[in-house]
Write a protein that binds this ligand. Structure first.
Ligand SMILES: Nc1ncnc2c1ncn2[C@@H]1O[C@H](COP(=O)(O)OP(=O)(O)OP(=O)(O)O)[C@@H](O)[C@H]1O
Ligand SMILES: [Mg+2]
Length: 340
């Protein structure tokens, strides 16, 4: 599955590729400007993060792929872990890095933000079991050698930017194996399918992989294969901002800022979310809400629903279809809002 960056809309891989190709052709007919003095990014958040010394494409412009560079990505919050800086630094020195953390801890969000801040186009693949080497590498459509269509990985190798492999540990082994030579220092891909054409890795082609930790609580996850693991120099761990009793004032503030609800309600929503996450991490609930999920809940409260009614339509239904689990979630929320 491939996501558009505006609003993380889902699109099919093929339609995305065709769109990008035509954009590229149109823009090339005009000119591709290279401005040596340009800042790395137009983002208003650019100066919030300490990344100015890591230019990821010196004297090279990705203006021709502007449609693939994310815009208006919201700020990323942490407690002094400097995630954005660490990711950009890892890309600068090693070209690739790995992000690990439970679902909803903002891994996808931060990759989009990093792409926007560094002015890099993003190519995203969600590595489910249905991801085939055709999607990643390419295929012939119809008869004739001219009818080859590059897959996303091949496009990224040729054009540069950030390749984002989400749930990289879920990738099928045959696909993962094809990645190994690409991830070596300079890297290249041999298109066995297409007269063994050798594709060199673009000078500014970076890769970020992400995954949920391979533990019992994340059913279906498996460890990343050793060959790929060995090629990743930097590993960055993510967690929720507030968990259990540990409430992050930054997360409360962010919820208020993004939804305009009052401080007391914002605090309680984060408190309920933190308890749900604690139980999720302990294996007692099937899901722990992300900040995005709590924002959805708070949006309905701001619209006039009571916190409990709004929770029914959002967090409670989201956590599980099972009425018993839903009753557990409801109890936690009622306890926080004192409505038992
Ligand atoms: N630290 C954070 N700062 C700002 N927003 C955050 C943060 N953590 C999570 N979010 C928000 O929570 C939601 C979920 O984040 P995201 O989809 O990036 O999680 P993820 O780690 O990629 O999850 P998954 O493993 O399921 O793919 C998004 O709306 C994101 O903006
Ligand atoms: Mg994600």
């Amino acid at each position: 599955m491939v996501y558009g960056h505006q609003g993380l809309r889902e699109q099919t891989a093929i339609s995305r590729i065709q769109e990008v190709t035509s954009v590229k052709q149109d823009r090339f007919r005009v000119t591709v400007s290279v401005d040596k003095e340009r800042p790395m990014s137009q983002s208003p958040l650019y100066h919030k993060y300490d990344i100015q010394k890591y230019d990821l494409h010196p004297n090279y412009s990705f203006a021709h792929l502007d449609d693939l560079i994310p815009k208006n990505t919201p700020e990323y919050l942490d407690h002094g872990q400097h995630y954005v800086e660490r990711i950009v630094r890892a890309l600068y020195y090693f070209k690739q890095c790995s992000l690990i953390g439970p679902s909803g801890t903002g891994k996808t969000h931060i990759v989009y933000l990093v792409a926007e801040l560094t002015g890099l186009p993003i190519w995203e693949v969600n590595c489910g079991l249905s991801t085939s080497s055709f999607d990643l590498i390419g295929r012939f459509i119809g008869l004739g050698k001219e009818n080859w269509v590059d897959g996303l990985l091949t496009q990224w190798l040729r054009k540069g930017g950030i390749m984002y492999l989400d749930e990289a540990n879920m990738m099928k082994q045959d696909v993962a194996t094809r990645l190994n030579p690409v991830l070596d220092t300079r890297g290249h891909l041999v298109l066995n399918e297409k007269d063994s054409e050798v594709i060199e890795r673009h000078k500014y082609a970076y890769m970020i992989i992400s995954m949920n930790p391979a533990t019992a609580e994340f059913s279906g996850t498996k460890p990343l294969n050793a060959a790929m693991r060995r090629r990743m120099a930097v590993w960055i761990n993510f967690d929720f901002l507030s968990v259990g009793e540990n409430i992050s004032p930054n997360e409360v503030e962010m919820l208020q800022k993004r939804t305009k609800i009052d401080k007391d309600t914002a605090y309680k929503i984060i408190q309920a979310g933190a308890e749900l996450r604690r139980q999720y991490k302990a294996g007692d609930l099937p899901y722990g809400p992300s900040l995005g999920d709590l924002i959805n809940w708070a949006t309905l409260v701001y619209d006039g629903s009571t916190p409990l009614n709004a929770a029914e339509e959002t967090i409670i239904g989201l956590t599980s279809d099972n009425p018993e689990v839903q009753a557990d979630v409801r109890r936690i929320i009622e306890a926080v809002f004192n409505t038992q």
